[in-house]
Design a protein around this ligand. Structure first.
Ligand code: DUC
Ligand code: ZN
Ligand code: ZN
Length: 499
């Protein structure tokens, strides 16, 4: 065929004139999309069937929120306020196009049943793409030998385990068992690192003395509980040379411990969240039960811990910024199970943040010059994709990637209120904050999901994403010389990309 006879390339969608940022650079180009996938990134592309002028907008990869609690029964037996519909709608309005949520095993549950149950509910309701992390509460032989390998093969390549909470806590021996399977089969282990007995010991004494108000939640979680458990988790990971990811890092000493371990060559990764940048423990010191709206675990600290978290994001100690959206209503279904008699120990732990995660960091980080736009993209999307086996499909604006794209208006000013949000929590700990910059148009696999402040897609139109092995697990380094001599005698294996 002569060049002149070549039919023009047909795009389903062209986004033109945008200022595009990936984690490594910012440039001007048009984006051509076919069948939900980016097929060209270049200037002067022909119009698509749908043609969008992104002039004046900043075009970024869709946000990936790798820590969300949706339609989940907590360890304390409390159901989240958001289901897979409201949770994903709220995520999309905030510029997120993929969530990783938890499928939570409780100790007597069969793991295949847990996954089947969460999968069915998400399939019926989600409006954006999703995957699961398995919360593992009972690493018995059936789980270690059979269920975890099957789960990983099914594309659920990460587990969350807890070092605290009576009904979830694993001991160090059990943590090593889980890490060993993750290292052999190729999964990322996410750790909730807090010292259970330190918290329990202090909490009991506070309650005995009548200190029951929400503000005592933070008092009972001394920052040492987090830093001690983090240090221990890293030691377990180093012992058998399996990467770990410490979730929801709050304290300055914890950031420091992670940084030092990384300098020693430890394969430790870490996450923090909006509540540790924008809230403080003293926010929960309010009359009555109002303070419960600010309570999560670990609790936010003070100005110094906020600074440490900013610094951790800036220097690469902290790799992913997630919401840890844990939506509990301000009533007996959530925060106040015993009404006015609820003590800080009985409140559901967690704060909402799925919709404001990106706007808050965009405004306070990018607009105020604390982060570059490329760093923002890395922390909110690209690093999640690599950490959890979603790359190269998600996390970048590149040929071959899903067309998960967000058009940001960097000038839009918004005053946050609970009414403007789309979750079912009914309050936000960020009420009244002024934000500059907003995700005004959102595309998921080329489908327009949000436009003109309206949802454009049907419930159930999101897809389950079977994830590959996380990059840090596949690419893990050999142990330092002299470390782990025992492993040659007990035959620890490593996951490979071909499994
Ligand atoms: N851990 C979480 O990850 N989220 C909410 C509460 C908790 O303990
Ligand atoms: Zn946790
Ligand atoms: Zn969480």
């Amino acid at each position: 065929m002569q060049p002149s006879d070549t039919p023009p390339v047909e795009f389903d969608l062209t986004i033109r004139n945008g200022r595009i940022s990936n984690a490594d650079r910012t440039f001007f180009a048009d984006i051509g999309v076919r069948n939900g996938v980016i097929v060209e990134v270049a200037r002067g592309l022909p119009a698509g069937k749908q043609d969008v002028d992104a002039g004046g907008m900043w075009v970024l990869p869709g946000g990936i929120d790798s820590h969300t609690h949706i339609e989940q029964l907590s360890g304390m037996g409390v159901m989240c306020a958001d289901d897979f519909y409201s949770g994903t709608v709220s995520a999309a309005f905030g510029g997120t196009t993929t969530i990783l949520s938890f499928a939570a095993q409780h100790r007597n549950d069969r793991i295949p049943d847990v996954l089947e149950d969460y999968s069915r509910r998400a399939r019926e309701k989600a409006v954006i793409d999703y995957g699961f992390h398995l919360i593992l509460a009972n690493p018995d032989e059936q789980a270690l030998m059979h269920d975890l390998p099957a789960v990983i093969d099914a594309g659920i390549t990460s587990f969350k385990v807890y070092m605290t909470y009576d009904k979830l806590k694993l001991d160090d021996y059990q943590l090593l068992d889980v890490l060993a399977v993750a290292g052999e089969r190729g999964a990322m282990v996410m750790l909730h690192a807090e010292n259970h007995d330190m918290i329990r010991w202090v909490a009991r004494r506070l309650l005995e003395r009548g200190h029951t108000a929400p503000k005592f939640h933070a008092v009972s979680h001394d920052p040492l509980a987090e830093s001690e458990a983090t240090h221990r988790a890293i030691a377990l990971s180093r012992l058998i040379n399996v990467p770990v990811l410490i979730v929801h890092v709050a304290g300055a000493e914890t950031v420091d411990i992670i940084r030092k371990a990384q300098h020693l060559g430890a394969q430790v990764y870490a996450e923090s969240c909006p509540q540790y940048l924008f809230l403080e423990a003293k926010d929960s010191d309010l009359p009555g039960f109002e303070g419960a709206k600010f309570c999560c675990s670990p609790p936010p600290g003070d100005k110094a811990s906020q600074e440490a978290v900013w610094q951790g994001f800036k220097d690469g100690t902290l790799n992913v910024y997630s919401s840890d959206h844990a939506p509990y209503r301000f009533d007996e279904s959530g925060k106040l199970p015993k009404g006015d008699a609820t003590t800080f120990k009985e409140m559901a732990n967690g704060v909402p943040g799925i919709e404001l995660r990106l706007p808050l960091l965009f405004s306070e980080g990018v607009m105020k010059g604390r982060l570059t736009l490329e760093e923002f993209v890395a922390l909110t999307s690209t690093n999640h994709a690599h950490m959890y086996g979603l790359a190269p499909r998600k996390g970048a604006i590149a040929v071959g990637a899903d067309a998960d794209l967000v058009l940001w208006d960097p000038n839009r000013k918004t005053v946050v209120s609970a009414e403007m949000l789309h979750d079912r929590v009914g309050y936000t700990p960020y009420e009244g904050r002024e934000i500059q910059g907003w995700p005004v148009e959102v595309y998921s696999r080329g489908r327009c999901v949000i436009k003109d402040n309206q949802l454009q897609v049907e419930r159930g139109s999101g897809q389950f994403i079977a994830r590959s092995r996380p990059d840090p697990v596949l690419n893990r380094r050999a142990p330092a010389e002299g470390r782990g001599i025992f492993s040659q005698f007990i035959g620890l294996k490593s996951a490979t990309a071909t499994e």
